[in-house]
Design a protein around this ligand. Structure first.
Ligand code: B1M
Length: 210
């Protein structure tokens, strides 16, 4: 089994203590950080499928998530190449009712490396908290909302509508997460959508420079 396959296998079974070392070994073998990240994302897909089939439960998902986070910590310095340009402040969070944060954390990390100052509100963030954060922080040019559950898509809609109705200006709203599509983003009035962390950076730059 290659090191990258070992990383994938150990994330799947939630071995948080083993994963960082294996990620480092995979890097030492010459694997690209992006490929290792993709292998871990694939693992989460496998765990999610098992959950859907009743072959895995919430604790297994949690352990896999913890293992992936530990692996991402090792990759962070390689994925995030510091930028000198300033694109303003990005307020980011996972919408109310939703506790998933791995994708949100990846997006936050990539936006920071692209030149945004990132204010991360965490998970289960109510619409009003996003508004407060815009008031409390200087030069907010972007608000980024993540959501992984179909059941929290109404909270995503409420967040975007609250932001748009707040009377505050000078920022764009980008949304993303597995159940989010371009059509959905358009229908709730978001300024942009991205399917993954890499595209979130491309879209975010486009939005704030427009
Ligand atoms: Co949950 N969960 N979970 N879970 N979980 C999913 C999402 C699920 C698809 C699993 C499944 O059934 N196959 C399913 C949702 C079904 C649905 O709504 N359609 C599900 C469910 C049902 C649940 C619970 C309801 C289970 C229960 O309690 N019965 C519960 C809900 C809790 C809550 O939030 N209120 C729950 C709980 C959990 C844990 C807490 C145990 C854990 C999360 C831990 C954590 O995040 N710290 C967990 C996990 C780990 C998963 C899976 C297995 C993996 C998610 C993940 O981290 N993926 C997931 C299955 C899956 O995704 N296939 C599942 C890796 C991550 C890199 O991808 O977050 O999609 P992702 O981010 C991507 C893109 O979506 C995008 O970029 C990233 C990639 O570059 N992206 C953005 C994300 N945010 C973006 C924002 C942007 C742009 C792009 O702009 C702002």
């Amino acid at each position: 089994m290659s090191k990258i396959q070992e990383v994938k296998a150990m994330v799947e079974v939630g071995k948080a203590k083993l994963v960082p070392g294996l990620v480092q070994e995979a890097l030492n073998e010459g694997n690209a950080a992006g490929d290792i990240l993709q292998a871990m994302i694939d693992s989460m897909e496998v765990v999610g499928d098992k959950f859907s089939k009743g072959e895995a439960y919430v604790p297994e998902m949690l352990m896999a998530a913890k293992a992936m986070s530990k692996g991402v910590d090792v990759l962070k310095p390689l994925l995030a190449v510091e930028s000198t340009s300033s694109l303003g402040t990005c307020v980011i969070g996972t919408v109310q009712g939703d506790l998933h944060d791995i994708g949100k954390n990846l997006v936050a990390m990539m936006l920071e490396s692209a030149g945004f100052s990132v204010v991360d509100l965490g998970v289960d963030v109510a619409a009003d908290k996003f508004v407060e954060a815009i008031k409390e922080n200087q030069n907010v040019t972007l608000v980024a909302c993540s959501g992984l559950l179909t059941t929290t898509m109404p909270a995503m809609k409420e967040t975007v509508q609250t932001l748009k109705g707040s009377g505050l200006t000078g920022f764009k709203v980008i949304v993303g997460g597995a159940p989010v599509t371009q059509e959905m983003a358009d229908s709730i009035g978001a300024d942009g959508f991205a399917p993954d962390a890499g595209m979130a950076v491309v879209k975010a730059k486009e939005l704030v420079k427009a």
